[in-house]
Design a protein around this ligand. Structure first.
Ligand code: ACO
Length: 397
């Protein structure tokens, strides 16, 4: 069957599903989860409440929220075999690879698959929301040669994660800011990792495979990996004076400035605006020390990029200020993307559930650009591909 259609690289503008989970207005910088503006949620909600909203479509009552929190608290611990498996991971490995392996490994331990059973869906949601932060924190401690820290039941989701990561009970303001960061990163319509989750979900595989494939997709520097790259870039720039020459150099070389640009937003990402306020709050609290000019460099960079690239709709995206916030919270640079994954698990699970409600396996088409009727050449008669290229160059008109 031949289907006539226009090829859109990166599927830009091609609707791949119908969804009621989130909404982005890229021209006016608006993001809503289930119709509620992201600013409202960042101000008034908690990550767990927002996860509930995304996955079940409504804000929970206080009883429902308490029950959900309790279930998550109960499932935070990891099986000792998962910890043993993690002991074999090389400490030089990237935490996103460790997280992807651990998420997939959950499928080995919870192998029952009953996708039409609401209790199964609920258990998988709870398990993944509960265990992903524990995995990230455990890998961080284990790669330093330490035993992982057990979760603390008296701490909320975000405070507990920071505690498991740093071995210290966090300052309540830091925990609150971190929780708001998770809210901001929890969902964002069909981005690359969510699409990856949906494609995997559409085969009716288990939810752990769904999340593992999404984690692998989020890891790339054009997606979730950008916040890590932003800090490396700010380090390379080093001072406010170097900002303009750096931007000029990138434009001349046509290289991307990390943390800028977005397929959908053609104005400043609303999440970047909120994260900038948080970064400013944290930097004001600790003072703009001379050796820590990152916030000032970031603001100067935003200005320099706007002056040169605003006509292309290139503004800061969510990753631009998130790294600055995480850095101030003492989170190691290569954990920024795993932290993004902790948050985005909520969105991935919401899309998994939505996909199952009206599933059809993804099977797009392609436009064939190869050749037909190529004869099979016996191995002793083949020329190396280099020779073939040489020959092609010689006979080229
Ligand atoms: N710096 C400089 N120029 C840029 C940037 C940037 N960060 N982003 C886009 N542009 C320019 C491109 O050079 C291109 O210019 P041209 O039309 O003159 O060739 C134009 O803007 C369109 O860029 P595309 O790469 O075609 O845009 P696309 O929608 O495919 O890519 C993406 C979006 C991947 C986010 C891109 O902007 C980028 O690579 N940004 C840097 C990486 C980053 O911050 N990623 C995180 C995104 S947010 C997230 O995933 C959570």
């Amino acid at each position: 069957m031949t289907i006539a259609c226009e090829y859109r690289p990166g599927l830009e503008g091609v609707p791949a599903t119908q969804s009621s989970i989130s909404y982005v207005d890229g021209q006016n910088g608006i993001l809503e989860y289930r119709g509620i503006n992201i600013e409202e949620l960042a101000k008034h909600s908690s990550f767990i409440e927002t996860a509930y909203l995304l996955i079940w479509g409504v804000l929970p009552t206080s009883d429902e929220l308490a029950e959900f929190k309790h279930e998550i608290q109960f499932h935070r611990r990891l099986k000792y075999r998962i910890r043993d498996m993690m002991k074999c991971f090389p400490e030089s490995g990237h935490p996103m690879d460790a997280l992807q392996a651990c998420a997939a490994a959950l499928g080995l331990f919870y192998s029952r698959r009953a996708l039409d059973d609401p209790a199964y869906i609920r258990a998988a949601v709870v398990r993944l929301l509960a265990k992903i932060p524990t995995m990230v924190a455990a890998f961080q401690l284990m790669r330093k040669g330490n035993d992982p820290i057990q979760p603390r039941d008296d701490l909320d989701y975000s405070a507990n994660f920071l505690y498991m990561l740093t071995e210290q009970e966090p300052d309540p303001i830091a925990a609150r800011i971190f929780d708001a960061c998770l809210i901001l990163h929890a969902e964002h319509t069909i981005n690359a990792s969510t699409f990856s989750a949906m494609v995997t979900a559409s085969t009716l595989t288990d939810p752990y495979a769904v999340i593992a494939s999404a984690v692998g997709t989020l890891a790339g520097p054009l997606h979730g990996g950008a916040s890590e790259e932003v800090i490396l870039m700010l380090e390379e720039i080093g001072s406010v004076e170097n900002v303009v020459p750096y931007v000029e150099r990138c434009i001349e070389r046509k290289s991307k400035i990390m943390g800028f640009g977005h397929r959908v937003y053609k104005v400043k990402d609303p999440r970047a605006t909120i994260l900038q306020q948080m970064a400013q709050e944290l930097f004001d609290k600790s003072g703009h020390a001379e050796q820590d000019q990152y916030y000032d460099i970031a603001v100067a960079l935003e200005k320099a990029v706007a002056e040169r690239l605003a006509h292309k709709g290139i503004y800061p995206n969510v990753d631009f200020y998130s790294g600055l916030v995480y850095r101030k919270l003492g989170i190691p640079t290569d954990l920024y993307t795993p932290v993004f994954a902790i948050a985005r698990v909520a969105g991935w699970l919401a899309h998994w559930k939505e996909q199952l409600e009206e599933n059809r396996i993804f099977r797009p088409t392609q436009i064939f650009t190869g050749t037909h009727n190529v004869p099979y050449v016996a191995i002793d008669k083949r020329r190396s591909s280099q020779d073939i290229q040489l020959y092609a160059d010689l006979v080229a008109p």
